[in-house]
Design a protein around this ligand. Structure first.
Ligand code: MBD
Ligand code: FE
Length: 273
């Protein structure tokens, strides 16, 4: 990861101004928990400086979001999913960028002429919580290439490669052609990898996945991340973010010559109040 600018673009200001009493309550409690923790373990000044150094290094290496997303994001997403109407959310991860190109039907995610990877058709339908189809819903998609790298983040990939925005048709259906992504390996040599090593992680992988944010003017946006049934590391994701209701049905696409697959997932959006 080499770009602080892109991190700034995507993780800029919170969309809502946080409630000041809520901020005070949770930050005070976090502070107390950390002080209790330091007392419990008799954290020395040397250890304290090591810890602040790790946080500084995450920023220097562009891993500040990666670190938190690997260790903490799934918990926030689970809490948001408690009692939630409509489809569950999945973790966003560190690599979302606003402003991906809008694509016209038939949709194909931007890719190099010789893009590696098996062809994948990602298809499904978007409905509301009453089952009514939602026409013109936007799916803002991003995924890794066959080497497990994301455009605009990792070097030597054309801008916006395997990132794009598509819309559902009049009956709420969508279809986009892309490639089957591989598992994603957290860099071993950055601060996140060093911490995982210290914890004795058996591997550094996340299972293959497709990221998508589904939006429609009259509905609440949905941040999702879909996995492939039977895929490697779906049982032991280093970010602990796989949930049973985030699997696509993944199968060979019938009638197509060569290797092609179809992954299907239907989204349910909840109306804005
Ligand atoms: C990813 O692609 C991702 O989605 C997360 C959560 C962490 C690292 C890489
Ligand atoms: Fe990802």
């Amino acid at each position: 990861m080499d770009t602080h600018a892109h991190t700034l673009l995507s993780k800029d200001v919170p969309s809502k101004t946080p409630d000041q009493q809520r901020v005070k309550t949770v930050v005070q409690d976090l502070h107390r928990v950390l002080l209790d923790f330091m007392e419990k373990h008799k954290i020395t000044h040397e250890e304290y400086r090591l810890a602040t150094g790790i946080l500084v290094n995450t920023v220097k290496s562009g891993e500040e979001s990666l670190l938190y997303d690997v260790f903490l994001e799934a918990k926030a997403t689970d809490i948001g999913n408690e009692g939630r109407a409509g489809s569950p959310e999945g973790i966003e991860g560190p690599f979302y960028l606003t402003g991906a190109p809008k694509l016209n039907a038939p949709h194909t995610l931007p890719q190099r002429p010789d893009e590696s990877g098996d062809v994948l058709y990602f298809i499904g339908r978007v409905t509301d919580t009453d089952g009514a189809p939602i026409a013109g819903a936007e799916l803002d998609l991003w995924q890794a290439d066959a080497k497990g790298q994301y455009s605009n983040i990792h070097p030597d990939i054309p801008d916006w490669n395997l990132r794009g925005r598509i819309e559902t048709d009049a009956e709420g259906y969508y279809e986009v052609r892309t490639i089957v992504p591989p598992p994603y390996e957290i860099p071993k040599d950055g601060p996140t990898g060093v911490l995982l090593t210290a914890l004795g992680t058996p591997h550094f992988f996340r299972p293959a996945h497709i990221h998508v944010i589904v939006r429609h003017a009259d509905h609440e946006p949905l941040i999702s991340q879909l996995y492939f049934r039977g895929g490697e590391y779906t049982d032991n994701d280093v970010a602990h973010a796989v949930r049973d209701n985030l699997f696509t049905t993944f199968e060979p696409r019938s009638g197509s010559d060569g290797k092609a697959y179809e992954a299907k997932y239907d989204f349910v959006l909840k109306p804005k109040r």
